[in-house]
Structure formats: C-alpha cells, structure tokens
Design a protein around this ligand. Structure first.
Ligand code: AMP
Ligand code: MG
Length: 340
C-alpha cells in the first residue's frame, strides 16, 4: 500500500515503534526516519533508498541529554556548539556509545547527531523514546527532497507514512562538523555557515572536503545530490559570468538545453534580449534561483529547481555559481557535486 501523507504524529510514532519508515520534515530537507537503535528498522532505510551500507546515517534527537547517551566524550566544544546552534542545521560527529548500532555508523567508531528544528518532527521526537535515524528521503545520490511531494514522487511505494510539514525553510542539508578533542573539522558544507561557526568557536574550523574514496567521511562523496540532466558550469567558480551570447548562438547546442542562473543580475542587456527571443520561440528555459541574488532564498530554491530541470525534460543545463560566502559556499558545493 502506498504511504499516506498527513500531519498525524500519533500515527507516525506508532508506525516508528513498529519498526516502520516515516518521512519527516526538517528545516534542512525531508528525512526518512526509523528507530535509530533498532538494526532491523535501520536496514529498512538503506533498502528503501538503495543506499549502500557504507554511507552512515545521522541520528536526530529531541534534546542534549539524549545526544549525550549516544556518544562518548561529550566535551566543551560539543556543548558550546549544541547550545549555540541546536535545534538547527548543524550535525556533530563524536565517538559513538555502545547503544548505537554499527549499521547506523557504517562500522565507524563515530556517530553523527543533531536536533532538527521543525515543530512537527520535534513533537514526534517527544512521542518516541528513541533517536530517529534519518538520511534524506530520496533515492541514493539523487537530489534531496524539500517538500512532501518530492518525497512522494520517489518514495511513496517504499515507505509507510509521510509527515507533511510544508516546504523546508532552509532547503540544504546540515553542515557536518567532526569534533576531535576540542577542535572541529568540517566534513560537509551545509545550512549553517562557516562564518557563524567561527563566531561561536572564536576560530575557523579546519576543512577536508571532497575526498571521494575516504570511507571515514562518506559525506564527502564527489558525485551526489545530482539530477538526471547534465550540468555544465558557464564559468569558473569565483569568476564573473561573461556574456551568454556565444553559447546561445552555438549551432551545436542541444534543443532541450536549460540555463540555471544564481540571479537575474548576472545577465547583460544583450543576453536578456536574446534569451527573451529564444523563449518566445519556445526554444529554452531559464531558471533563476533568486531574481535579486539573495543567497538564503536561492539556497531554498536550489533542490526544487534541480528537480524541475529533470521534470521539464532538460538534457543539458548550463549554470552559474553563487558567491563564495556564507550559504553560497554550500550552494556551490551542491552544484559542484551535481555536475561531477
Ligand atoms: P544525508 O542525511 O542523506 O544527508 O546523509 C547523512 C550524511 O552524514 C552522509 O553524507 C554521511 O556520510 C554523513 N555521516 C553520517 N555519519 C557519519 C560519520 N560517523 N562520519 C562521517 N560522516 C558521517
Ligand atoms: Mg542524502
């Protein structure tokens, strides 16, 4: 039977207690949740997503005391970050305690934890006595879902219930920080900016991103978050976009190409004129993340726009980068991986 979609947390909690799978809204993306202390339930997540079991899951908890039961070595850095950013888009990684099944951590000795900031999922966490293991509620390596409909599109026949909490407010996955002693290392850029973390820690966390083959940090997979269409950068990251005219006049351009722009302000007068003419002739589609180039709004639209490229039948999509500051870095990280 296909999953029901609704806002009934009592039903959702009953299903979770029975070992079933429930998609849950968070401020980052929708998660596919199961009892995070029960290996059989957790196995269900990997099967439903076609996710390889070497890719570990994040445990979502209701509060800091519950987080502490899942780790060894909760320290000052963890406490400072948790107090500053939880509930919120920050996942922290610490050595795991014995109650955490190896399946959650893919055999790693560390576990990833966060408190999500969405009222429905927070209420659900109050009704169950266990943490929720929840990766993004999409098929492995595809774009993460930011609405209940996105979840339903891929997962409705694979899971038991979809808790509909509306559109995710941030729309990009959490920032992942490994806490090693009192230092912090970024494993994945995400919904919390490095600048914000720096303000609280007093220094910048170290970075090791894009290591495709390092099983310790599978969050760094190079090809991920990818739509079906081919994504091609219009310029180098960090460099300004020059005119689109040369591209648009190229006779070899495929008929169903698309253009994905960070903002409308990147277009010059000639580009705009030519694009309008093409669109009037039904020739291509221009997708703009945010007209005025607001980074948070652009980030919020990124994943739904990547899905749209596929559903509109685009085969090749030329894109521009976000500015390399704040959440712009997370947007660029996802564009980079989607285009690898
Ligand atoms: P998702 O929820 O689908 O965004 O996936 C969770 C992400 O967290 C994945 O990219 C994992 O590789 C990463 N992750 C979870 N646990 C760990 C861990 N113990 N060490 C490193 N990365 C982790
Ligand atoms: Mg994912």
């Amino acid at each position: 039977m296909p999953a029901q979609i609704g806002i009934d947390i009592a039903t959702a909690s009953t299903l979770l207690k029975q070992g079933k799978l429930v998609a849950v809204p968070t401020e980052t993306v929708y998660g596919l949740a199961a009892n995070g202390l029960d290996p059989e339930s957790i196995l269900g997540i990997f099967e439903a997503k076609n996710r390889p079991t070497f890719d570990p899951l994040i445990l979502h908890v209701r509060d800091i005391p519950m987080a502490k039961t899942l780790v060894n070595g909760w320290n000052n850095t963890a406490q400072t970050l948790a107090e500053a950013f939880w509930p919120g888009p920050l996942t922290i990684i610490l050595p795991k305690s014995d109650i955490v099944p190896d399946l959650v951590t893919a055999g790693n000795t560390t576990v990833a934890i966060r408190i999500p900031n969405h009222p429905l999922t927070q209420a659900l966490l109050q009704l169950v006595e266990f943490p929720l293991a929840a990766p993004s509620a999409n098929l492995f390596s595809y774009v993460s879902p930011t609405t209940a409909k996105h979840v339903a599109d891929q997962m409705i026949d694979r899971i038991d219930y979809i808790l509909d909490g509306g559109e995710c407010s941030i729309g990009i996955e959490s920032t992942i920080l490994a806490i090693e002693g009192e230092t912090a290392r970024i494993l994945r850029l995400g919904g919390l900016s490095i600048e914000a973390i720096e303000t609280v820690l007093g220094h910048s966390p170290t970075e090791t991103l894009h290591k495709n083959s390092n099983p310790q940090s599978p969050g760094q997979l190079e090809h991920h978050y990818a739509p079906q269409c081919r994504l091609i950068p219009l310029c180098k990251k960090g460099e300004p976009l020059l005119s689109l005219i040369q591209l648009l006049k190229n006779p070899l351009l495929t008929p169903n190409f698309g253009i994905l722009l960070f903002s409308k302000q990147e277009l010059n007068v000639e580009d705009t004129f030519y694009l309008t003419k093409l669109q009037e002739a039904g020739k291509n589609t221009v997708y703009i993340l945010d007209e005025l180039g607001d980074i948070a709004k652009a980030g919020n639209k990124l994943f739904s726009t990547l899905r749209l490229l596929d559903s509109d039948g685009c085969k090749e999509v030329y894109f521009s980068w976000a500015p390399e500051i704040g959440l712009g870095r997370a947007i660029n990280d996802r564009l980079m991986r989607a285009s690898t």
